[in-house]
Design a protein around this ligand. Sequence first.
Ligand code: SF4
Length: 355
Amino acid sequence: MRQLIDRCLETVLGGGEISREDALSLFEAEGPDLVDLMAAANRIRHHFRGDAIHLCSIVNAKSGSCSEDCGFCSQSAHFDTGIPEYGFIGDDEIVAGARRAIQDGSKALGLVAAWRGLKRGPTLDRVLGAIRHLASQGGILADASLGIIEEPGIAHDLKAAGLHTYNHNLETSRRHFPKVCGTHDYDERVRTLEHLRAAGIRRCSGGIFGMGEAVEDRVDLALELRRLEVEVVPLNFLNPMEGTPLEGQEPISPMEVLKTIAVMRFLLPRQEIMIAGGREVNLRDLQPMMFIAGASATMAGAYLTTGGRKAEDDWRMIRDLGLDPGIPPQAPPARRAPSKAGAPTLPVLSAQDLA
Ligand code: SF4
């Protein structure tokens, strides 16, 4: 195993790609070999991404009643989960979300809507208006996760509205996807990523682990993301929600989570690898190790339907590892943009803050 890790590390640091077979063999690392694997993944992160750890935030811009049946999701209308349901939020709530995100140290806020996807009509007009509003505030990048895009022109409209990054996860491998979702197929998700790429929108796409998939599914997801050349890869670890088909799913162990992150870093050396939902539940006291295993970003603040950690705890965790959360240790109070009469205002960030 030591020789395999060294050979794969040399390949990746030399600009090459490891094979599917090697990635599957890396998943066999246990005990001291697993620690070696993480150390090597840490080197790859350091080599390609440096020591800056990026934070981003999301706001649940439209909650519940989704027509789709993704088995991990508490927002599907197919399952009785008791989550709050509401329509697309107003501009004031978006600005309040942006302000919270900035206070949490995030450089971007993602507007996330629980629905199948975007079609032309009044809802798209409202969404484009919301993105324009968020992008025009300054101080934070406007991101979104708005489901399947069937018409390429819609991706261009999102770009013109000021969208920076669009999240659309493949969730798992093509082989495992039908076991998780029956109302749409894998190709609709892949095509959405292709439309976004054609429109010049930065793509954020990853998956959820711990849904009963095999290690082959994890590797094949990464290979598909590598083929599609997505820029950001969020890794979620299932936090089973009551009322969903996966509520009784056995969680994967913290060391298995770390191994998955490390192999993903070997397969996706240049990408922003962001640890998103489920890190508190699945990693527990091993959370700091996610960066040693190769992650370069994480989500700050609350998730869609569950709470997250205090931002200050994450900043301290990142600094304690000798990494940089991008927040000055004793930041002066954020400056405020001049207020238009009655309009909510945002702190002003510099160009460096947004780099
Ligand atoms: S499409 Fe999105 S919001 Fe709807 S059930 Fe699937 S994951 Fe949940």
